[in-house]
Design a protein. Structure first.
Length: 232
């Protein structure tokens, strides 16, 4: 997918939730600095507003109030969808590619794995299930942390009328890459990058490739876990 960074270059950040099993697994990865955390779990309205204000100032430095407000509203309105998709972490990137404004969102969460005897079996079950959808490219990939499944496709998303010039809901295509990393004990770590601005696809997909290559798994005591070796 992309060149694999050396372990010494990785700084464990953005810990995912601990898998709730007898033998807990911690998942860590590195997000590019150009992505900014969306406060999807903040329940205090005032604090959420403050965090969104920090986000838009970092994502759109020097932009006018109108552009920053539009981004803050877009992030706020997307929180429910992210939570419904199982997100435990989410981040957004706003940049320009060849003069065109582009945005991308990354989110990650933990899902139940298919019923399988081991991690390789879960990989095959996930790949089979995704191929059955018939609407994307499914591949088995090998990451530094172990085997995984990538799913590349497109879907139709909707922009609420309150964010459009006409006041009517707008349907638009969104392209995405989803990666599923089965963990021991019946849990799968899932991370997805999506963008509705195709001009930024090459840039975003490269950054996402580096991000998933940075995924590292740890036992509860902090010792490294590599599922491909664990299953050998």
């Amino acid at each position: 997918m992309t060149s694999r960074p050396e372990l010494a270059e990785l700084i464990p950040t953005h810990p995912a939730p601990i898998a709730l099993h007898a033998d807990d697994v911690h998942v860590r990865w590195v997000m590019p600095e150009i992505f900014h955390d969306i406060p999807i779990h903040e329940t205090d309205d005032d604090e959420a507003v403050r965090l969104l204000g920090d986000l838009v100032e970092k994502a759109l430095p020097g932009a006018g109030d109108e552009a920053q407000t539009a981004l803050a509203v877009t992030c706020a309105l997307g929180v429910d969808d992210l939570l419904a998709a199982g997100a435990e972490y989410a981040g957004i990137c706003v940049t320009a590619v060849d003069g065109s404004p582009c945005t991308a969102t990354v989110f990650a969460g933990l899902l139940d794995s298919p019923d399988a005897a081991d991690v390789p079996g879960a990989v095959e079950a996930i790949a089979t299930e995704l191929r059955g959808l018939g609407d994307g490219e499914v591949s088995r990939i090998d990451l530094p942390c172990g085997p995984a499944v990538s799913y590349i496709g497109a879907r139709e998303d909707e922009l609420l009328g309150e964010l459009t010039a006409t006041g009517e809901d707008l349907t638009f295509p969104t392209w995405f890459i989803r990666v599923c990393v089965p963990l021991p004990h019946g849990t799968t770590f899932m991370m997805e990058m999506s963008t509705s601005t195709m001009a930024g696809w090459d840039v975003f997909s490269t950054m996402f490739g580096n991000t998933i290559s940075s995924i590292r798994l740890f036992h509860a005591d902090g010792s490294p876990l590599i599922t491909s070796l664990a299953e050998a």
